[in-house]
Design a protein around this ligand. Structure first.
Ligand code: MLT
Length: 258
């Protein structure tokens, strides 16, 4: 892969920096409701992970750690010393890799709809099936297959279309390599144990991919963490329940600053 590509990014607002790391197979556009709300009082940095969205790379990353290096490189480039890092789902896997290596760059950490444990054998098998699906039928076929697990049944049609459209726009290779990187990811539970900065864990009641029990189990590894379970939202809680999601992060960042 390119050595530390400069990730495509956008900065909105002023104040303490909050960096938002997107899920799979998505890009920074999934954070629109957060940019609008959180940038009123904070500097919000959104980015496209390497080979997703507007970040083009010759070869997509093959390890989630590569994405963590890229984020550190971007923070260096922007002269941002310490940030609140927010990762949702795959973004959470990346945020945990970042916290493992760059704990000193964190003022606090938010992990939403994600987990620290690795894929089970069944989940690894599903990843391989998804790689084959993308190679044979394209990313839009994967987008359709994933959608029922990303949004709850109550999600509006417009939101479904928006999520499918962002997913379908991602390059084939970015998608297949990310599936393999997620399949091969390590257990990062020790990162939760070792964390010394404030941690907010967000889950949602209707998340079938990362049910609330998984979010609650993460709190066992870091009992000081704050835990918020959002009612009536599926996996992409930031899009299905943006007000609750933004409130949780806003209150957490304010409290962490004291
Ligand atoms: C995501 O939303 O980023 C993915 O569903 C995570 C995963 O497949 O493990």
């Amino acid at each position: 892969m390119d050595h530390h590509p400069l990730l495509a990014h956008k900065i909105t607002g002023d104040g303490s920096p909050i960096v938002l790391v997107h899920g799979f197979p998505l890009d920074a556009r999934m954070w629109e409701p957060q940019i609008a709300a959180l940038s009123r009082r904070h500097q919000v940095l959104t980015l496209d992970l390497a080979s997703f969205g507007q970040t083009q790379t010759a070869t997509p990353p093959t390890h989630l750690e590569d994405h963590a290096f890229d984020i550190a490189h971007l923070l260096d480039h922007l002269h941002l010393d310490r940030v609140t890092l927010v990762g949702l789902s795959m973004g959470g896997y990346v945020a945990l890799c970042f916290a493992e290596r760059y704990a000193h760059r964190l003022s606090s950490l938010v992990l939403a709809n994600t987990k620290a444990t690795p894929d089970t054998p069944e989940a690894k098998h599903k990843r391989d099936e998804h790689v084959a699906l993308v190679e044979q039928k394209g990313v839009s076929a994967l987008a359709k297959a994933l959608l029922p697990n990303l949004l709850s049944k109550a999600a509006p049609e417009k939101l479904r279309e928006q999520v499918v459209s962002i997913m379908s726009a991602q390059p084939v290779e970015a998608t297949t390599r990310a599936l393999e990187a997620m399949r091969d990811r390590r257990d990062t539970t020790h990162v939760l144990h070792d964390l010394t900065v404030p941690l907010l864990l967000i889950g949602s009641e209707g998340d079938t991919l990362m049910p609330p029990e998984i979010t609650k189990a993460m709190k066992q590894a870091q009992p000081d963490a704050e835990l918020v379970i959002i009612a009536g939202a599926g996996h992409l809680s930031n899009l299905e329940a943006p007000d609750a999601f933004n409130r949780a992060i806003g209150a957490f960042v304010d409290a962490s600053a004291h």
